[in-house]
Design a protein around this ligand. Structure first.
Ligand SMILES: [Cu+2]
Length: 399
């Protein structure tokens, strides 16, 4: 194994790919888990599909994790290797309802966080990345120049690989991928768990503009005691679309905002109100949240109405006797946790960062003072709906 620029290999790979569906080993097909083999084929993605009630098949296999508002990427098996394709680029994304709606961000396959990469335990994976970032350094005249000019790499965070696939620009990957070129990382994750991936080139700029996402390695077998009914994936981010000291639509996110404040705090790339819909859950079910902090701050994640249990830290499960029930857990930058709670208290309950500036995006509260920052609402099926005004509010004077 070694560094492997893609030039010259893509055409051959495409030929091998023809006619290969890879369904027999799609992620989510749990060995010994009965008839759940085609589940990932049925998995819908997108904000309208992933807040529904896919609970898998009761008593059979766990549900596929869903990343509300963000696509899952299950890749394709080619010659026994599960292959994922990512393109890094700059684009506009709706991140909030107000005081701005859109920001120019960097991400993978047109979204930040990038798609959730999902593989099975024991599989060799290859992630092919094409760098379509802007060819000129966009930092602006007041900042020191970056690498030449917007080369990039990917680091797979928390799962170990040969050093040449570690993706640290200038160290384990001496020459990062120039704009217009491609590269492939290939390795077999050591064990199942929730992990992350992100650029490891010019980190403060590239990560904070949005070059990050989650990598999930599904276990080959699930203890029935550990089965959950819903499995949500959430990446915590912060954005500062600022120009001349003012928040402005469509402006490239500033990685070093004046005063160090990131005024828009999000989960999966949007504020709670801009997520459009609550996350629907059902009474009596077990809910997992996988959280990755891709931002520049610690976040103090708090759940209303329920205790939750941290069941895994940094890809390693915590043995049940060592688990504590809490209502709030701080998640530092680069940390990724799995948390679970039992849906035993019907209502509309928020899950949010408890730093007040992150709950409400600084001074920008929502409809009747509602929290609109790093926030999501869990809505119990059958309970009265969350006021639609919450999702449609556009600021005290409208826009
Ligand atoms: Cu926070």
């Amino acid at each position: 194994m070694g560094t492997r620029p893609l030039v010259g290999t893509l055409a051959a790979a495409a030929l091998v790919l023809a006619g290969c569906s890879g369904t027999a080993t799609d992620p989510g097909a749990q060995p010994g888990a009965g008839q759940a083999d085609n589940r990932s084929d049925e998995q819908e993605v997108g904000p309208d599909a992933d807040v529904g009630l896919d609970e898998g098949e009761a008593g059979v296999a766990p549900p596929m994790p869903v990343t509300p508002g963000v696509e899952n990427l299950t890749g394709e098996v080619r010659d026994g290797v599960r292959v994922f394709e990512l393109t890094a680029s700059q684009f506009e994304q709706k991140i909030a309802n107000f005081p701005v709606e859109t920001a120019k961000v960097w991400g993978y396959n047109g979204s930040t966080p990038g798609p959730t990469i999902i593989a099975n335990e024991g599989e060799e994976i290859r992630v092919e990345i094409t760098n379509e970032l802007p060819p000129t350094d966009p930092r602006g005249p007041s900042m020191p120049p970056g690498p030449s000019p917007t080369a990039t790499t990917i680091h797979f965070h928390g799962t170990h690989m040969p050093n040449e696939d570690d993706g640290v620009a200038g160290i384990s990957q001496p020459n990062p991928i120039p704009p217009g070129e491609s590269f492939a990382y290939q390795f077999t994750p050591e064990h199942a768990g929730s992990f992350a991936y992100h650029s490891h080139t010019d980190g403060a700029v590239q990560e904070l503009r949005g070059l990050d996402g989650m990598l999930l390695v599904l276990p080959s077998a699930v203890d029935p005691q550990e089965r959950v009914d819903r499995d949500f994936v959430m990446t915590l981010q912060q954005f500062a679309p600022i120009q001349d000291g003012k928040l402005t639509d469509g402006v490239l996110v500033q990685p070093f905002p004046p005063g160090g404040e990131f005024p828009i705090d999000t989960i999966n790339g949007v504020t709670g109100d801009a997520s459009r819909e609550p996350l629907t859950i059902r009474e009596g079910k077990t809910i997992r949240i996988r959280v990755y902090n891709a931002s520049n701050s610690v976040h103090s994640m708090h759940l209303h109405g329920h205790d939750f249990t941290v069941t895994s830290i940094n890809g390693h499960p915590i043995a049940p006797p060592d688990r504590n029930e809490v209502t709030t857990r701080e998640v530092g930058p680069g940390n990724f946790f799995e948390m679970e709670f039992t849906a035993d208290n019907p209502g509309n309950w928020i899950f949010h960062c408890h730093f007040p500036h992150h709950t409400a995006n600084g001074p920008f509260s929502g409809y009747n003072g509602a929290p609109v920052g790093m926030t999501r609402v869990f809505h119990y099926e059958g309970y009265e709906p969350v006021p639609q005004e919450y999702f449609e509010y556009e600021g005290p004077s409208g826009r």
